[in-house]
Design a protein around this ligand. Structure first.
Ligand code: CA
Ligand code: CA
Ligand code: CA
Length: 350
């Protein structure tokens, strides 16, 4: 009896190919998740860290209207049963959030799997199970003792910014579960402010009268100004206008004044040319708000045109506790073209 046990122990290394993990018994040992990662469809694997300065994945909202955010989940799995792996599942949830999804991962072809693993490994995205190196895992993928599995999730761009955890588990044909492997990714806080107007036409007005252009809550009716936020944190609008060449009087007072308000608020911001105005109302993520603008001319004649510059400040996430989360970096320059937008303003004096 003792000698038989010894033979088993000695034989095992003789048949071993590659890392120790790939050895098992006749199928009775559970699968092992060797490594997992997340990537997006941006072409650079993670649009929140395109040069891969930070370990793991950092993502941004698409900032493109109704477009949703898609994240792909990959796992590299081994089991002595090889093709007898039955299922691989991912559980994704947001820390301090209500978002919680469980998705199946499907096996991808060996060629596709190896290609994806090489790219994500080079981008420092992969979280390996303790005891396994990238080299171990690549060897296992190449000799066919491990396989790559992939799942996908698409969520609204306006989902709160924050940290998401990913937990992947595999099952073999004997219904034995692997230990789950956990990772996390960041959905970076970015407000995506979009306007449906490229000009504000005050029309014709008399001197000294307050002439308003009223917005609506329909995005796409540019003659009635509207702003929306398709990002994942709230924002406040900033704006400044030039003097449309109305100039100043002898005492240095401007010959024109402006006013603006947003949403359903009665709060208005009265300002002069060159003032940097911060609208007090907040554009929440996912909301569509009307913007109203007015002009009052004290001295001048004829037609005037000028420019208005619109910008915004991102506000902290509405997600409670998100400000305490580690590793949630705010991109210094998110590369959003709407960050500052210059539009035309026009008026005809009666
Ligand atoms: Ca097994
Ligand atoms: Ca990264
Ligand atoms: Ca509109």
């Amino acid at each position: 009896m003792v000698s038989v046990m010894l033979i088993v122990i000695m034989i095992t290394p003789v048949f071993a190919e590659g890392p120790v993990v790939l050895q098992g018994d006749d199928g009775g040992s559970p699968p092992v998740i060797l490594g997992i990662w997340e990537q997006d469809l941006s072409g650079v694997l993670e649009d929140g860290d395109s040069i891969h300065s930070y370990r793991g994945a950092q993502f941004l909202p698409p900032c493109n209207g109704e477009e949703r955010k898609t994240v792909q989940f990959y796992a590299m799995v081994t089991d002595r049963n090889g093709p007898g792996l039955k299922a691989v599942n991912g559980e994704i949830q947001q820390i301090n959030g209500s978002y919680h999804e469980t998705i199946p991962l499907m096996r991808v072809s060996e060629t596709d799997g190896i290609g994806a693993a090489e790219m994500s490994g080079a981008a420092n995205l992969i979280h390996y199970s303790i005891g396994f190196s990238g080299k171990d895992v690549m060897t296992a993928l190449r000799n066919g003792t491990a396989s790559v599995w992939k799942g996908e999730l698409t969520f609204p761009s306006t989902l709160n910014a924050g940290i998401f955890t990913v937990s992947v588990t595999g099952t073999d044909t004997l219904d034995q579960y692997s230990v789950s492997l956990k990772n996390s990714f960041a959905y970076h806080p970015v407000a995506c402010i979009e306007y449906d107007f490229t000009s504000v036409n005050y029309g014709s007005a008399g001197l000294g009268t307050d002439k308003w252009v009223l917005g609506d809550d329909v995005f796409g009716t540019g003659d009635k100004p509207t702003v929306r936020n398709t990002g994942n944190v709230p924002a406040r609008i900033r704006l400044t206008q030039d003097d449309m060449d109305f100039g100043q009087d002898m005492q240095g007072a401007w010959n024109v004044k402006y006013n603006a308000r947003m949403g359903t608020s009665d709060n208005t911001s009265l300002y002069s040319p060159g003032d940097n105005v911060l609208i007090s109302e907040v554009v929440s993520q996912g909301s569509i708000e009307p913007m109203d603008f007015s002009i009052q001319v004290f001295r001048g004649t004829g037609s005037h045109a000028g420019s208005m510059i619109l910008g915004y400040d991102s506000l902290p996430s509405e997600q409670p506790g998100n400000d305490e989360l580690p590793g949630l970096l705010v991109p210094e320059f998110p590369g959003i073209k709407e960050f500052m937008e210059s539009i035309m303003q026009i008026i005809d004096l009666d």
